[in-house]
Design a protein around this ligand. Structure first.
Ligand SMILES: NC(=O)c1ccc[n+]([C@@H]2O[C@H](COP(=O)([O-])OP(=O)(O)OC[C@H]3O[C@@H](n4cnc5c(N)ncnc54)[C@H](O)[C@@H]3O)[C@@H](O)[C@H]2O)c1
Ligand SMILES: O=C(O)CC[C@@H](O)C(=O)O
Length: 398
């Protein structure tokens, strides 16, 4: 990370509780101001941002976490605001809670503990009561059972590998699995050719996919009808992956024996055999630090150098930062944009030292380093000239 002095202090706003270790990444060039109406960047966790209006200084939003469904990503793209997330930074925390709850649920631990806490501690011979009562909480073991893992990304792959070590048979489904994950996945994880195959063979199903139009409601009466009677379902991804009406019925009928969810709401809390967890998947000190540090570093790098890593809406792009003036432009992915930017630069008698151009769908991002020392007056004029090119969404001279 470069040590750069910026012309103007950058305002950072946080919309949730962000770990101090992450905020410490922002040095003297930055001011954390949670009342700012027009910050340069926002760090967020689960805060619902869809109803917010963004100020004209806002350049970046970083989600300290994985899911970005709380951020209006499309609107950000149209306004030239880069959105980051922190892939894998909280995966271990979620994995540990998934494996914990598989075993805790199978051993009826939550009910057993609640029962024991409610015992009258004044009762004589409490131990007799305990021994008599424990038969109602006899459980089953995870060993030898089949765990279906839907989504083999950062979390799903860790869960799948470690469940094998618990003696479970593991079957996975992910039609878009990345090459990196495939390399890290144990060859003992069986591959389901279709999601239906996974539904049919699993005693436990855990889901680790993002919430999208395709995944919304993927647990519904159709999928429940394929599952083994008494399957246990774990949802540490997003509540909306489950059709609540259908889940409620499947729990009533016993098709689903347990629904363990990190996303309780009024409907979920009324369901039979539900284990509601208050969105604790990523709530560990380590995970909160990892996510916040990664989010803050990505914002800092982008504001100081224009380099982009782990964006969900801009192309990732990197050019070694030399301290020369850099023109960083987000624009439509149409012919002759680089040509027009180069002409604008040469019209000020400036020469190009280096450049990178990356596209992502309808948009592209170009960074051009200028060889000459650029006199202060030229900067606003060059910025104006580039921003007037048709198809340019935003441009900055760093
Ligand atoms: N409960 C929590 O606190 C918590 C914490 C972290 C993440 N999450 C949720 O978990 C999700 C997954 O996190 P991650 O870090 O593993 O993300 P990831 O991007 O590393 O992995 C997601 C995987 O899902 C796969 N996928 C996408 N659509 C699919 C489909 N239709 N069927 C099967 N696989 C599909 C992708 O190919 C990818 O491999 C996040 O999007 C977020 O919503 C929740
Ligand atoms: O910030 C959190 O605690 C939850 C994060 C989680 O939902 C995610 O998608 O990464």
């Amino acid at each position: 990370m470069s040590t750069i002095t910026l012309d103007k202090k950058q305002m950072i706003k946080t919309l949730n509780n962000i770990s101090e270790n992450g905020l410490k990444v922002f040095d003297d060039n930055y001011q954390i101001d949670n009342n700012s109406e027009n910050p340069d960047a926002i760090v967020v966790r689960s805060f619902h941002m869809h109803d917010l209006t963004f100020g004209d200084e806002l350049k970046a939003i970083a989600r300290a976490g994985a899911g970005v469904n709380n951020i209006p990503v499309e609107k950000c793209t149209e306004q030239g605001i880069v959105v980051f997330n922190t892939p894998g930074a909280n995966a271990n925390a979620v994995k540990e809670l998934v494996l914990t709850t598989i075993m805790a649920s199978s051993r009826n631990l939550f009910d057993g503990v609640a029962w024991a806490k409610a015992l009258d501690n004044e009762t004589e011979d409490l131990s007799k009561l305990v021994e008599a009562g424990k038969k109602q909480f006899v459980g089953t073991e995870a060993k030898g059972k089949t765990l279906g893992v839907i989504g083999l990304g950062a979390i799903g792959a860790l869960v799948a590998n470690d469940a094998l070590n618990l003696g479970m048979d593991v079957i996975g489904f992910d039609p878009f699995i990345s090459v990196d994950t495939a390399w890290n996945l144990s060859r003992n994880v069986k591959r389901a050719a279709t999601i239906d195959e996974l539904f049919q063979h699993s005693d436990y199903i855990t889901v680790h996919v993002p919430l999208t139009d395709d995944t919304k409601g993927m647990f519904n009466s159709g999928s429940f009808s394929l599952m083994k009677q008494g399957v246990q379902i774990l949802n540490f991804s997003r509540g909306e992956l489950v059709n609540e009406k259908d889940m409620s019925q499947a729990l009533e009928e016993g098709t689903v024996a347990r629904y363990i969810t990190d996303f309780p709401n009024a409907n979920v809390l009324k369901m039979k055999n539900v284990i509601p967890i208050p969105h604790l998947g990523a709530s560990t000190k380590e995970s909160e630090d990892n996510c916040a540090v990664m989010a803050a570093r990505q914002i800092k790098d982008y504001l100081e150098t224009g380099n982009i890593k782990n964006s969900v809406n801009f192309p990732n792009a990197s050019l070694p930062y030399t301290g020369k003036k850099r023109v960083a432009t987000f624009h439509q992915n149409v012919p002759n944009m680089v040509g027009q930017m180069s002409s604008a630069i040469s019209s000020f008698d400036l020469n190009i030292a280096d450049m990178v151009n990356r596209s992502r769908g309808e948009y592209a991002y170009t960074m051009i380093d200028i060889e000459n020392d650029v006199n202060g007056d030229i900067i606003p004029n060059l910025e104006r000239k580039i921003s007037q090119i048709e198809g340019v969404v935003t441009t900055r001279i760093i």
